[in-house]
Design a protein around this ligand. Sequence first.
Ligand code: UT7
Length: 321
Amino acid sequence: MTIRISGTGSALPKKILTNDDLSKIVETNDEWISSRTGIRERRIAGEGESVVTMGSEAARRALENAGANAGEMDLILVATCSGESYFPSTACQIQAEIHADHAVAFDISAACSGFLFALHTAQAYLSMGVYKKALVIGTETLSRVVDWTDRGTCVLFGDGAGACVVEASEIGLMNVVQHSDGSQGEVLISHASTFPTPSEQQGHPAVPLQMDGQAVFKFAVKTVPQCITEVLEQAGVHPEEIKYFVLHQANKRIIQSVAKRLKVEEEKFPVNLDRRGNTSAASIPILLDEMNRDGMLTRGDLLVLSGFGAGLTWAAALLTW
Ligand code: UT7
């Protein structure tokens, strides 16, 4: 017994921030951002838009797409690293918002790998028969965590949410590999909090997101092909059998390098980061939803999902759509 994705949904903020808009905030330009990352614009949450409102909207759309209702959900797992409060969890706030009254709800913190960590957790519960139906959601407002004076990071991130309804099933998620390396945690770190810390109260602001971009780049281009190869070998599936490789949307050059290392044509790696930027834990479910609604997915297709990010954490999943 495993799980299959029976519906997808996503929700994005209204405001579009283009590379030209960013050039008015920090010393940058469209040429640098688009050639180094592939990003042309991203969505930024405004007043009244949050991880809870977007996560709830994405969940409602996924439920509608699955032909399910919130009351049927046994479990809500939310992957986020930009929740508005330490507690209650974002998952509990979404549960209340969508009236999933009998669901158990909690958050999972694994940054940009969070959606895959959450999907694997859902599989563990559902395949054991503990629960039957779950919502797995990635929702982020990294724009509220980045340093808007740091051109090396603020140009990369966008806000949004994606959600999947998953159900216990005989076919679907085949296998998942997950890895963590806390010893490299300092290369991508955020101490930002919604509350003033003792040092902030003494006049020292909390440290926002900080990243050693080149270290993260090297980590990604090495570990992502490795864990995709691992997940395929475990299942005895050849890369050529995969219809799409749905990767965390961080940088077009990372995706191109992964495709090259796997010797798979780039066309099999769908991309939306040009319009969405890096939405961390939300990037994979947003892209999956866009592919689903664009009619790119047919039941029976083999897909690989793969994410990487702060922790450090990385993961890959092989599934039958
Ligand atoms: O979800 C995981 C999150 N993180 C990632 O995936 C990030 C992975 N890393 C990357 O994507 C790339 O390392 C970046 C896009 C962040 C940076 O690209 P890079 O090719 O590694 O550039 P760099 O950091 O080596 O910077 C090159 C130059 C520097 O100037 P100097 O020292 O050569 O004069 C930077 O100061 O580019 C400068 N620079 C910029 N210039 C214009 C850095 N950011 C910008 C900017 N606009 N936004």
